[in-house]
Every structure is written in structure tokens, then in C-alpha cells.
Design a protein around this ligand. Structure first.
Ligand code: MN
Length: 484
């Protein structure tokens, strides 16, 4: 890894960018780290350079990449953060200071877990870019983890899997999430990793690649005829997510079918739909599997057209069609936003949610429990009849949905229509359901029994408040003089 490679990558991302500061940061960090060596025996400076290169790969902006080169200077050398500020300015210095703060977690066991989670959220509240640097730092450390002792190897890998990877997913930085997960999988379950790697990478991928090649040729010749500019690539599910699917759903490797998809990247939105039409004219689509996330983006901002067709030999084949900008967002999430500074982009809903949660809940223990419940759990997306979308935890019911829409709707709900069919209030919702709440305007308060099945904090709190109020009023009637 060289500093020139980092500068070159940044110029690919942002043509015409002045990259002199990258070289200055390199000289500064190299001098500060001096003769320090990593556990692998390499000169220390190799690590910050790799960190910065990973940041350039996820299209982070220039200050973030420079801070990546400097990230271990104040902590590991005699050069101070003030000296960094004097040379590189306050923006870069505060990014570096943020990373330094994050790495100082002195607790052990579950306390350590809580503390590092809390620190991640605090850092995110100040500047999301700090967390990106920490991800890049962690990813390079994972790549070189063989050099450290087994005990801390396990500790680092589990912390990454439980905290870093979910937050990376939350921020949409999928490319880092996948890389971190596969490396952790390898350290935490070496035998299973090896077995799956052999069967997937060596036995299965060759055959799949042949199939993908065949489809690519057929599609390319059609696209060439109509003059659409495109790239087509095969995308494989990563090992950890296959393994997780196998263990969660008790399936064998051979029963996992969606291990690959074809991605078609084009210049603009109208070409996306043209490509979709061409694919559907070549192969019969499975209409149950068609999703237009361009017209209706996922709540996390994800956009693409997804369609599954019966390809050659009737083989079920998924296509994902998107523009380059959508592709960058899908792989790099918030990171790509910093470089592109697109107009009209909405702040990520997830990020807003974490920050709100942090303001609402002062108690750390409670905050972490709620953060895990609200953010790390699987989410489902449910629609109102008008097409508004709400994201809820995977075990949400119509009552949770009703309270998510409005407290009054929750308090007065009496039944629900799920996908136009009458349903009970405790029925579990599934992804994509359209839910209509039927109200009883004469209803005075929610039913305390709902507490047995609701899953969101909002629904629980509101039901408790309303039912408590009611029992207090009733009590006052029975016991004269109470509460006066
Ligand atoms: Mn580091």
C-alpha cells in the first residue's frame, strides 16, 4: 500500500481534486510513528495507509481520508492533537480526536460492550465520519488479526460482529459490513468457515460463473442493439450471510438458492426501466418477486429495480437494475453522500432515529436495551392504504402500527384489515403488508391486554399511560379522598 495509490483513488472519485494534503499527512504520520512496528512486524505506517485506502474505496471525502492517515498519531506517539490541529486545521483534528476517544474503552465483559456501543452512538452524534474511520481501522485490524493472541482475536471479532457490523449496515456502508462479517466468521467459527468456503468458492462458484457469463452475453447483445450504455456484473451473497441463513432457517447449503444475482448498472432512470422491459422480453418474470424500489425506495433510502426471472433451463435468476449513483449509495451508504453532496437528499431515517433515541433516554442501560430493540432487530416495512411506509420491528402487530401512525389511532383501534382481509389485532405483520386500522370512535382507552403482544416501546408506553390513568380514576371513585 502506498500513499500514491490513495491519492489516485481519491482522484478517481473526485476528478481534479488537489491531493497534496494526503502526501503531507503521510509525511507527518510517518515521522510521528518513527520506528514503531505492528504485531505483524511491518512498519506501523502501513496500517494508517490501509485505513485511508479503505476510506477512499468507500468514497469518503478528503478530510476523512486524511484523518484516516493520522488516526493513530495522538494515541500511539508523542505528537499531540494540538500539533495535528496546527498543521491540518480543526476539521481534520476533530475527526482524529473523535477516533482517539472511541478507542479508549477500558471496561471488560458486558460493561465493555455497553461502553463501546454508547461511545459509537456519541461519536455518530458528533460526526458520522468518525465512525467511518473506525470501521476502516477495524477492517484493517481484522485483516491482520492472525498476528494477535487468540484471546484478543476472539474479543475483537465478537465486538465487531455485535457492534460494528450492525452499525455499518445501519449507515448503509454494506461493503464494509460484508467484509467485516466474513472476517469475523472466519475467526469465530473457523471449521464452518472453511467448509463453506470450500463448497461455495471452489465447488459452486465456477458453475455459477459459467451460467452468469451465458446470461450476460444474451442480455448484452440485446442492450447493444438498442444502444443502452451499461455494465453487467455478477454479485454473490457473502459467506457469513449464507451461513446465517443456513443456521437461522435450518437449511442445508444446497437449499440456499439466492446466492447470486446479476447487477445491471446504467446511465439514468429511464434506462433502468428499458432494461427491465428487455429482461422481461427475454425471460419470463416471476411477478411475485418484482420490486420497484425506484418508484418506492426502501425507508433506508435504497433504490433499484429487482426482478426474478426464469432464466435458461428455468433457473431462477435475480436481476438488480440501477444507476451508478444508486449503486454507490447501495454499497457505501452515508459515506458516498459525503463525496457527492447530492441535492435534496434526505437525512437517513436511521441516523435520525438513533439521535432522537439518545435525546429521549438519558439512562445508558435503558438506552442500550432500546437501541438494540429498535435498531439491531430485523425490521419490516408496512404500508398504509395511501402508500405511506412505516418501519417496525419484525414481530410488530397492527396495534404497534396504529401507535406508530398516531397515538389517537392506537387508543381507538378496534380491528385491522391486513392486505384487505380482516385480521386480529395480535396478528404478526410481515414485510410489505398494507394495514388499515378500523377505529371505534366511542372507545375511551386501549385494552391493557394489548401489552401482552405489542412490541414497540411507543405502543407499550402509550397503553401503560392510558390504562394507568384509567385505573387511578376508577380507584379514586372507589376510595373517596384519594389523590385530592
Ligand atoms: Mn488504528
Amino acid at each position: 500500500m502506498t500513499v500514491e495509490q490513495i491519492a489516485q483513488k481519491m482522484q478517481e472519485n473526485q476528478p481534479g481534486l488537489d491531493t497534496r494534503i494526503i502526501f503531507e499527512a503521510y509525511q507527518f504520520a510517518k515521522l510521528a510513528h518513527g520506528e514503531q512496528k505492528r504485531k505483524t512486524g511491518e512498519p506501523y505506517i502501513i496500517h494508517p495507509l490501509h485505513t485511508a485506502y479503505i476510506l477512499a474505496q468507500i468514497k469518503a471525502d478528503l478530510p476523512t481520508v486524511v484523518a484516516g492517515i493520522l488516526h493513530d498519531v495522538p494515541e500511539d506517539t508523542s505528537t499531540t492533537i494540538e500539533e495535528v490541529a496546527a498543521t491540518f486545521g480543526t476539521e481534520i483534528a476533530s475527526l482524529v480526536a473523535g477516533v482517539t476517544k472511541l478507542s479508549k474503552v477500558k471496561y471488560r465483559g458486558i460493561e465493555r460492550y455497553r461502553e463501546s456501543l454508547r461511545k459509537m452512538f456519541l461519536a455518530m452524534a458528533e460526526d458520522l465520519r468518525v465512525v467511518l474511520i473506525k470501521f476502516a481501522d477495524r477492517l484493517h485490524n481484522l485483516r491482520t488479526l492472525d498476528a494477535v493472541e487468540p484471546k484478543s482475536k476472539i474479543k475483537t471479532a465478537s465486538e465487531t460482529l455485535e457492534i460494528y457490523a450492525p452499525i455499518a449496515g445501519l449507515l448503509g456502508v454494506w461493503s464494509l459490513k460484508w467484509q467485516m462479517e466474513d472476517l469475523c466468521f472466519k475467526y469465530l467459527h473457523p471449521a464452518e468457515y472453511k467448509d463453506l468456503e470450500y463448497r461455495y468458492e471452489i465447488e459452486r462458484k465456477a458453475e455459477l460463473n459459467q451460467y452468469i457469463q451465458k446470461i450476460k452475453l444474451l442480455l448484452a447483445s440485446e442492450l447493444d442493439q438498442v444502444g443502452i450504455h451499461y455494465t453487467i456484473e455478477g454479485r454473490f451473497k457473502h459467506l457469513y450471510s449464507i451461513w446465517k441463513k443456513m443456521s437461522d432457517k435450518h437449511r442445508k447449503f444446497d437449499d440456499i438458492h439466492d446466492v447470486f444475482a446479476l447487477r445491471v448498472i446504467v446511465d439514468n432512470v429511464s434506462d433502468c426501466y428499458k432494461v427491465l422491459g428487455i429482461i422481461h422480453s427475454l425471460w419470463t418474470p416471476n411477478y411475485n418477486r418484482f420490486k420497484d424500489y425506484i418508484a418506492v425506495p426502501k425507508p433506508n433510502g435504497y433504490r433499484s429495480l429487482h426482478t426474478t426471472v426464469f432464466g435458461p433451463h428455468g433457473k431462477s435468476t435475480e436481476f438488480q437494475i440501477r444507476t451508478q449513483a444508486m449503486h454507490n449509495e447501495a454499497l457505501y451508504g452515508v459515506s458516498a453522500h459525503f463525496a457527492y453532496k447530492e441535492k435534496n437528499r434526505k437525512p437517513l431515517r436511521w441516523v435520525k432515529e438513533i439521535l432522537d433515541l439518545q435525546r429521549e433516554i438519558k439512562d445508558t442501560g435503558e438506552f442500550i436495551t432500546q437501541a438494540k430493540l429498535n435498531i439491531f432487530q430485523n425490521r419490516i416495512f408496512v404500508f398504509t392504504p395511501k402508500g405511506d411506509v412505516y418501519d417496525l420491528p419484525a414481530d410488530a402487530t397492527p396495534v404497534d402500527f396504529a401507535y406508530a401512525v398516531h397515538t389517537d389511532i392506537g387508543n381507538k383501534c378496534t380491528a385491522a384489515m391486513i392486505n384487505n382481509k380482516i385480521a386480529k389485532l395480535d396478528q404478526k405483520l410481515v414485510n410489505g403488508d398494507t394495514v388499515e386500522i378500523i377505529l371505534d370512535q366511542s372507545r375511551k382507552r386501549p385494552n391493557a391486554d394489548w401489552l401482552k403482544f405489542v412490541s414497540t416501546k411507543k405502543a407499550k408506553d402509550k397503553i401503560k399511560i392510558q390504562t394507568k390513568k384509567f385505573s387511578l380514576e376508577r380507584l379514586k371513585k372507589i376510595v373517596p379522598g384519594l389523590g385530592k
